[in-house]
Design a protein around this ligand. Sequence first.
Ligand code: NAP
Length: 257
Amino acid sequence: MKPHRIRGVKKSAGRLAGQVALVTGGAVRLGRAIALALAREGCHVAINYHRSAAAARAVVGELRAFGVDARALRADVSLPAGARRLVRETLRHFGRLDLLVNNAAVFFRTPLPLTTPGQWDRILAVNLRGPFLVSQTAARAMRRAGRGRIVNIADVAAVRPWPAYIPYCVSKAGLVMLTKGLALALAPQVQVNCVAPGAVLLPADASPALRRRLRREVPMGREGDPQDVAAAVLFFASCPRYITGQVLFVDGGLTAT
Ligand SMILES: NC(=O)c1ccc[n+]([C@@H]2O[C@H](COP(=O)([O-])OP(=O)(O)OC[C@H]3O[C@@H](n4cnc5c(N)ncnc54)[C@H](OP(=O)(O)O)[C@@H]3O)[C@@H](O)[C@H]2O)c1
């Protein structure tokens, strides 16, 4: 595809030179790693944030250091107006959208007897309705352009139930089905694929015992690195157009056990 030049930004090189990506939840942790990996390949990047305004500003600086254009856009992806505005502002600023990475999510413990309907709704709204809403709007622009790619970030929890995290697991299982449904609905113009990481960046309060157990269970004997996940996203961002509706587990072999 012909690279897109943005005024005031020097010509970038790399696998994705001149393309434009939108990464939801791109200000911190895995989303930040994905955004930086895309920029390293010459892709202009809009990162979406919800609460992490300062982190988002810092990441924009890091992205621009790769010679690409970057922008931080605040939106709650679970709200229809927020999701629409996010895509509209990306298109207004960059003039195109080649890749959407649905990375934003919430993750917290929900033991069965204590889970409230509000917690259920919140997790499903951010983790599943959000990707649906952002994809729905992005797909319109991508279809008009005749091509585009969507990559959803799920979790091994989509296929390995954790009893203390049922709503989260359900949201990620739904995201896998959303991937397949969108892949069919949007073919042949738009490719839709999914990356499902295992444990990569554990919550800061994860106990040493939990870390030891995870390492024991994972055939590769370690936690994943954010770069492992970013590499899988880069693959789907540049893979042959015949690949769509697929789920790539980046889990050190866990789902093979
Ligand atoms: N970390 C892991 O080991 C791991 C493993 C498997 C799968 N995953 C998946 O990988 C993705 C990233 O994981 P992570 O651990 O980096 O996540 P995280 O640290 O919990 O960060 C979540 C991101 O989602 C954003 N977010 C939350 N609610 C939002 C909303 N309503 N609207 C817009 N953005 C919202 C946050 O934005 P703000 O900070 O700006 O509010 C933040 O950037 C998630 O989809 C997660 O389920 C992670």
